[in-house]
Write a protein that binds this ligand. Structure first.
Ligand code: SAM
Length: 431
């Protein structure tokens, strides 16, 4: 029995969890499954999983092309091993013989009877390279329903959306104003030999040139910076915060936006609601590291009777649960997990949250609705419908240099100005 680490084998196990068991993919999944794996192997396993998930649909098409007949249902998971092999052959500079040898070695550990098949299909793929290359186009890298949705709603941009989703995402920091400022922190990064630059569209944003472990960022543990995409950093400023305001963060975990609000305006009273107990722990640890305080409730925001003390809010941030189709470059498994039928439930939940939280806003107060979605049903259509039914709600337009103005709100498409896809609409309650 061979006990040396084979990252293809580890990646295969993780992919089975994600693709077959429906688990969400993130690097913690690998850390949790293999806690004693060294950093290098952990990084390589993560890279393999990301690669397969990012190119899942084209790899599937390629396998169909290569196999004379489909795999037997009981051998379906072998498709994931073939995907790992093909990903290495066509998307990485791993030497071909090493990619095939290591993938066949993984097969010996997983399903020894299939090593001839895996070896044969991968070698055949190399022979058929010229025919395979045209199949590997980005336009085929998403489920058809999603591509068609974008083609309908973003006829001029759908290809750019797809291209952006296939890219490695940028590593963006938010500087904690309570501890430092961008200029000083950039100097610290330079001293630590971490190349970085300002992001112009958000006041606290810094772009790190190459991924580095967060522990190597100066004073990370002390709360001087947080990791947050620039599109998410826009929320706090849109709320027009002022000292003494009472703010509701209705869907708060893991707390990126809660923390940003408190960093910008220390004299806020923030009530942060999160339904999922595990995510409440994340929210708490975000605030602990940054030495910030909010009144946290583990509750359903759409049922205010269970947590609300009847004092109205000056500001409400509703960062609603959504399809997350704006952050596919960070979470490529969304392409596999999200189904068109999910939209009905998601839009219903968003609508319920909006209508249940609106009465909690003071007259003259502002509600900021946000999603990391690119789908009109969750964004402009959702808010237009809400405005049509609420006599005392009006749009407070967002005048900005980013995003695409919609009939209500602004949409950032993935990759625009380097950002994750996001939608923001700002609503005000009439007196
Ligand atoms: C988009 S995430 C929020 C991200 C967060 N605002 C940030 O910036 O870090 C949405 C969160 O809302 C939570 N959630 C979903 N439905 C909820 C509800 N009815 N009440 C409270 N939290 C909810 C989810 O568990 C998830 O953590």
């Amino acid at each position: 029995m061979n006990h040396t680490v084979n990252c293809r084998h580890l990646a295969y196990n993780v992919l089975v969890d994600v693709v077959r068991q429906g688990q969400s993919f993130n690097s913690q999944l690998i850390t949790k499954r293999y806690p004693s794996l060294d950093g290098r192997n952990q990084a390589f396993t993560t890279h393999l999983c990301f690669g397969v998930l990012r190119h899942y649909f084209v790899l599937q098409t390629t396998i169909t092309f290569l196999l004379d007949k489909p795999l037997k249902p009981k051998d379906n998971d072998l498709q994931l091993l073939l995907m790992l092999g093909l990903y290495q052959l066509f998307y990485t500079d791993i030497p071909q013989h090493a990619a095939i040898h290591a993938t066949v070695d993984a097969c010996k550990r997983i399903a020894p009877f299939a090593k001839g098949l895996i070896n044969g299909v991968l070698r055949n793929a190399l022979r058929q390279e010229e025919k395979i290359k045209p199949l590997l186009v980005a336009n085929n890298s998403h489920p058809v329903w999603l591509r068609e949705y974008w083609q309908k709603y973003w006829p001029a941009d759908w290809q750019a959306i797809i291209q952006a989703n296939q890219q490695h995402p940028p590593f963006v920091l938010r500087v904690n104003r309570r501890k430092t400022n961008r200029t000083d922190y950039l100097t610290m990064l330079e001293a630590a030999h971490i190349p970085a630059q300002n992001i112009n569209l958000c006041d606290e944003g810094i772009l790190i040139a190459d991924d580095v472990p967060i522990q190597s960022l100066p004073n990370f543990q002390e709360g001087w910076v947080s990791v947050q995409d620039s599109s998410a950093q826009l929320a706090a400023n849109l709320l027009k915060l002022a000292p003494g305001q009472r703010v509701l963060d209705a869907c708060a975990a893991p707390g990126g936006k809660t923390a940003h609000m408190l960093e910008l305006e220390p004299l806020l009273e923030v009530v942060a609601i999160e339904k999922d107990p595990t995510r409440v722990a994340l929210l708490q640890s975000t605030l602990d590291r940054l030495q910030l305080t909010a009144n946290i409730y583990c509750a359903d925001a759409s049922n205010p009777d269970s947590w609300w003390d009847k004092a109205l809010f000056d500001r409400i941030l509703l960062d609603a649960p959504c399809s997350a189709t704006g952050v596919i470059r960070r979470h490529p498994d969304i392409k596999l997990h999200r189904k068109p039928s999910d939209l009905k439930q998601l839009t219903k939940t968003q609508n319920t949250l909006l209508s249940q939280l609106w009465p909690l806003l003071k007259p003259g107060g502002i509600l900021l609705y946000a999603t990391c979605s690119t789908l009109a049903a969750e964004n402009v259509e959702q808010i237009s419908q809400f405005l049509a039914t609420q006599a005392n709600a009006l749009e407070l337009p967002i005048d900005a240099k980013w995003g695409i103005p919609q009939s209500v709100g602004r949409q950032i498409l993935p990759g625009q100005d380097g950002m994750d896809g996001f939608y923001y609409a700002r609503l005000m309650k009439c007196a």
